[in-house]
Design a binder for this molecule. Structure first.
Ligand code: C2O
Ligand code: CU
Ligand code: CU
Length: 435
């Protein structure tokens, strides 16, 4: 629904939410559960819900043209047959996704399973889920979202970083081990997450659940749509303040040049910590590349229509064409076209080629998880979050990435798109049908 909340002191912001506030309730479900949800659209525009990272039938997945109009209702019904992980939900209507997410539509969908439960990871007050989003505000207090042509090219960036809808928040944490599940729910901004005390932390999971082993890092890059599940030990930080911040990073033009703070943690008094970091987390069977029956290449090097291509259009053409400012394989999104046809159950290698590109593209597809095979060019090696099951993969300019997936048996239409939401809404999406 649409409502008003106070984000900046003394100001009211009109927001959308999946209940009476910004964002949505956090679902916590178990593998094997059956989900039954009645969704009513009380907005003035059409919308739908996409369950990002869930492997569910296409009719339930929020296909861009499968929307519920103002006042309409829809029943989302699906069962949970996938591993534990930090998944999420947000709208996906053709051309309106960026704006609706910006106004506040997003929420957590956490799945638990027995394999994870056996690890006895920190829980209760020590299991913290938060979504990071950047926003721009008008003087009135409302979100300022009116991307220019230039901002559709780069993606839209805000100068206020919100965490779970709050600006500059702080959280009391245990002076011991804490588990943080983080979504980058921003339209376009990347975060290179680190703690202000420069301490190491352990990546234990990414988009689609646990890694095989914890990976020690001091920072982790998270692009829009991606999730990280991490453990951090604040035993040495008794009664101290620690900031979660974004460090500078390379490879992203001007985007990564400034460090900034995201939120503050305040560690409590000394505790009797009994948790010890497990040596192994999850059994992940590697998909054998030789089992792939097809390799598809998606060219995203020329995803944006700038430079010569854009110059050759007249102003009138440009104005009417937000759709078409971005493409995959040179084609802008059309909800009625099937771009790729895939056999149910087939194993395929998908190659995303940004080797000649100059933009950042976090590529994501619905209805399946994938494993990373390799990154060629740019940053080269994989980062910690890329060593488990994924649904979103970051391509910096100059990079080419190969992933492998075994498609599900659910037949029907899903989408592949850039999770930079301005890119997505301006055409950087395609349909694939499982037959
Ligand atoms: Cu979170 Cu199709 O996206
Ligand atoms: Cu998704
Ligand atoms: Cu993109």
């Amino acid at each position: 629904m649409q409502t008003q909340v106070e984000i900046l002191k003394g100001k009211k912001t009109n927001v959308y939410g999946y209940y009476d506030g910004m964002l949505g309730k956090t679902f916590v479900v178990n593998k094997g559960d059956i989900i039954n949800l009645r969704f009513t659209n009380s907005l003035q525009q059409a919308t739908n819900i996409h369950w990002h990272g869930l492997i569910i039938p296409p009719e339930m997945d929020g296909f861009p043209s499968h929307v519920t109009g103002p006042g309409g209702t829809f029943k989302y019904q699906f069962s949970i047959n996938q591993r534990a992980g930090t998944y999420w939900y947000h709208p996906h209507p053709d051309g309106l996704t960026a704006e609706q997410v910006m106004k506040g539509l997003a929420g957590f969908f956490i799945i638990r399973d027995e394999e994870e439960a056996a690890l006895k990871l920190p829980t209760g007050d020590s299991e913290i889920a938060f979504v990071i989003q950047d926003r721009r505000f008008k003087n009135s207090g409302d979100f300022d979202y009116a991307p220019t042509d230039e901002e559709i090219m780069t993606g839209f960036f805000g100068d206020y970083i919100l965490v779970n809808g709050a600006y500059s928040p702080y959280k009391d944490v245990k002076a011991g081990w804490n588990r943080l599940r983080i979504i980058n729910g921003s339209n376009a901004r990347l975060y290179n997450l680190a703690f202000s005390n420069e301490q190491e932390f352990f990546v234990i999971g990414s988009d689609a659940g646990l890694l095989t082993v914890p990976e020690s890092v001091k920072n982790i890059l998270l692009s829009p749509g991606e999730r990280v599940d991490l453990l951090v030990d604040f035993t040495q930080e008794v009664n101290k303040e620690i900031f979660l911040q974004s460090e500078t990073f390379n490879g992203g033009g001007v985007q990564g040049k400034d460090a900034f703070r995201i939120m503050k943690f305040k560690a409590g008094p000394k505790t009797n910590e009994t948790f010890t970091l497990p040596n192994t987390l999850s059994a992940i069977t590697k998909i054998n590349p030789s089992s792939a029956t097809k390799i598809r290449t998606f060219d995203i090097s020329n995803a944006s229509m700038h430079g010569e291509k854009k110059m050759s259009m007249d102003q009138k053409e440009k104005n009417k064409m937000k759709m078409g400012m971005h493409t995959i394989n040179g084609i802008a999104y059309d909800a009625n076209v099937i771009n790729e046809t895939i056999t149910a159950g087939a194993t395929e290698i998908w190659e995303f080629d940004n080797s000649k590109g100059d933009e950042i593209h976090p590529m994501h597809f619905h209805g399946n998880h994938f494993q990373f095979l390799e990154r060629i060019g740019g940053r080269g090696k994989l980062i910690a979050t890329e060593k488990g099951w994924k649904d979103t993969v970051l391509l910096m300019p100059g990079e080419k990435v190969k992933v492998i997936t075994a498609f599900s048996q659910f037949k029907g239409k899903y989408v592949l798109h850039c999770h930079n939401l301005e890119h997505e809404d301006s055409g950087m999406m395609l349909n694939f049908e499982i037959v």
